[in-house]
Design a binder for this molecule. Structure first.
Ligand SMILES: C[S@@+](CC[C@H](N)C(=O)[O-])C[C@H]1O[C@@H](n2cnc3c(N)ncnc32)[C@H](O)[C@@H]1O
Length: 263
């Protein structure tokens, strides 16, 4: 599968122009787990430019991010200072067996071979450790107006999303894939963030439909100009609350039951 994220433009956009939904989601996850979540070592899988990794820093002694796109990794150290980053993929994690107490995957498993990734994640997770998988749709709704939804429809008509670029995942599908893990809790979520037109426009330039249009010879400057011009009336000169919906799901690695040798 071609990695549409592996360009300098996508890396820049992921470092500076993605909405901070990760923190909203993870706060819900930690709350549902009902205790102070701490990990000696935590790993963010498919970490992009480090935005999702940054959320793990306060929770862990040592924090790692792994990512196949080197252009993303180049920026990640500045986005999540203190974390360590490595090139790799969910199917092949450059970490020892049982070495991570906490692992997250934010919107990244959709781009890997999930049949290979789950056994590999189980290998690297420590017994009693947790894997949190979460994802969210592009924010395209405002609470008080349908103008953004209409704009987003036109955006996708002009620049169609790539077909077969991502595997569809949801908590039910993940639970079937997560053989050897314990499953739960999980939930769907909706959260809002106040965004300005300028930021939202830069965010839209990081969507894979734009990356695909650019890869096919589209002029990124022209796309940006269309995005900026048409968004201005939608936001009407003020920050607007944009809604994001998605899911999160927690998987655990059970402790192995050792048979005690007879005395
Ligand atoms: C939607 S982005 C999410 C990035 C980051 N987690 C975030 O939330 O900002 C998906 C990421 O998955 C990465 N990716 C693609 N194939 C992968 C694979 N086989 N294993 C792990 N990550 C992969 C992409 O390079 C990209 O950085």
């Amino acid at each position: 599968m071609e990695n549409l994220f592996a360009t300098a433009d996508m890396a820049q956009g992921y470092a500076a122009a993605r909405p901070a939904v990760h923190g909203l989601v993870l706060r819900e996850v930690w709350k549902s787990l009902g205790q102070g979540v701490r990990a000696a070592r935590a790993l963010d899988i498919g970490c992009g430019s480090g935005l999702s990794t940054r959320e793990l820093l306060p929770l862990c002694g040592k924090c790692f991010g792994v990512e196949p796109a080197v252009s993303m990794l180049r920026l990640a150290r500045a986005v999540a200072p203190g974390a360590e980053f490595a090139a790799g993929s969910a199917e092949r994690l450059p970490f020892a067996d049982g070495s991570m107490e906490l692992m997250t995957a934010a919107g990244s498993l959709n781009f890997c071979d999930v049949e290979r990734a789950f056994p590999e994640m189980l290998r690297v997770l420590a017994e009693g450790g947790r894997l949190v998988v979460y994802d969210f749709e592009p924010g395209r709704l405002m609470r008080d107006s349908d103008a953004l939804e209409q704009w987003f429809g036109e955006f996708q008509r002009r620049y169609p999303p790539p077909v077969n670029a991502a595997v569809h995942l949801d908590p039910e599908r993940l639970a079937k894939l997560a053989r050897g893990f314990t499953c739960g809790p999980w939930a769907r979520f909706e959260g809002g963030l106040a965004l300005e037109a300028e930021f939202y426009g830069r965010y839209m330039m990081t969507e894979t439909n734009v990356a695909q249009a650019a890869r096919r010879g589209g002029d990124a400057g022209e796309i940006r100009a269309w995005v900026e011009t048409t968004l201005r009336p939608v936001f009407a000169g003020r920050p607007r609350e944009v809604l994001f919906d998605g899911y999160w799901a927690v998987f655990g690695k059970p402790s192995s039951e050792r048979t005690r040798p007879a005395l």
